[in-house]
Design a protein around this ligand. Structure first.
Ligand SMILES: [Zn+2]
Length: 345
């Protein structure tokens, strides 16, 4: 009771006090609340560095062989109506849209292969090279840097195998100042590819400036590398577990490679298909860069039927990173099922 009376007696004061306190509390609370709500806002709006993609490196085991997918970057360009030469442009657009891709531009990724096989380091295709890295501000030509991120230098490379002579595959054979980019490596190229691009009588027959540029580039690069370059035909084991296979059509000497170790096998297909969303789904579509599109289609169907029947993993230079997958049949074409990321292969 006494306590109660005291409370009652004190009530006005206490009430004032309480009001006072509660006002202050409210004000303080409001300030705290404002601060609390401002803190995350400040964190959200404060400038943070834009995260970079991690170096694109993926390891896949083929028996005892390490197969590394190492990105060289990408190129994007407006889609011309003849990007697929035997199909109306709007049909191509619908297929791109169905793959959730832009319809007005084409982006191609570049993924060279590095094999660590029986103590030898083997690179298959080089990416666009150092000059293109400088010219594109690093959008393409990243292979050399990403190889270093994987723990290897260009001086560690023992062999470089080439599928064909387009810029994204041979550009990295030389440095920006036209020196051999892999100083200790033996370079291997398809014999039929070398014969075509180095034959002076073929250049005047070419239909486009792009083709003339390809001729000039091949002559410049193989002029630097000289007579040390070795030429191969199909069916030759060029490195431990790595055998060449003629897959002509995209270019006159286009070649692929079979990598085997124990019961494991991977087909390295180069550009049997360039844009996977278009030409795997529609193997009868003819790419503008396929120099003999009829032969390219025959090669594509033959190789992909084999991959489907054998359930072989297939590696495509322009496939989505890590550029490895299985093929399944779908309607009159195929479907690419990418391999799953595995952090501990
Ligand atoms: Zn290519």
């Amino acid at each position: 009771m006494v306590a109660l009376r005291a409370q009652i007696r004190d009530e006005p004061m206490a009430a004032d006090h309480k009001i006072d306190v509660s006002r202050r509390s409210l004000m303080a609370g409001a300030a705290l609340a404002a601060m609390a709500s401002a803190a995350p806002m400040a964190a959200q709006t404060a400038p943070k560095p834009t995260p970079k993609q991690m170096p694109g490196i993926h390891k896949h085991k083929v028996g005892s062989i390490d197969l590394l997918s190492i990105t060289d970057g990408t190129v994007s360009f407006p889609r011309l109506d003849n990007f697929v030469s035997n199909v109306p442009a709007d049909e191509v657009a619908r297929t791109l849209e169905a793959s959730f891709l832009p319809t007005d531009a084409i982006t191609l990724t570049f993924t060279p292969v590095v094999l660590n096989t029986s103590g030898r380091l083997v690179v298959i295709d080089t990416g666009v090279g150092e000059a293109a890295f400088i010219q594109s501000n690093g959008v393409g030509g990243q292979f050399r840097n990403n190889l270093a991120a994987a723990g290897y230098s260009v001086a560690d490379v023992d062999q470089v195998l080439i599928t064909h002579f387009h810029a994204d595959h041979i550009g990295g054979l030389v440095t920006a100042d036209n020196k051999p980019a892999f100083p200790n490596a033996q370079i291997y190229v398809p014999a039929a590819e070398y014969a075509y691009w180095m034959d002076s009588s073929n250049m005047p027959k070419t239909p486009s400036e792009a083709m003339v540029a390809n001729f000039k580039r091949a002559r410049r690069i193989f002029g630097v590398l000289g007579s040390t370059v070795k030429k191969f035909d199909g069916g030759v084991e060029l490195a431990p577990g790595v055998t060449s296979m003629s897959t002509h059509g995209h270019t006159p000497g286009h070649s692929s490679f079979i990598v085997t170790s124990g019961a494991d096998k991977v087909i390295i297909q180069g550009d049997v298909t360039t844009h996977p969303a278009l030409f795997i789904r529609h193997p009868n579509w003819h790419g503008a860069t396929d120099m003999d599109p009829v032969q390219a289609e025959q090669t594509r169907r033959r190789l992909y039927d084999q991959a489907v029947a054998e359930k072989t993993v297939i590696y495509g230079f322009h496939f989505p990173f890590p550029a490895l997958g299985h093929l399944a049949r779908e309607d009159d074409g195929y479907r690419l099922v990418s391999v799953m990321w595995n952090s501990a292969p």
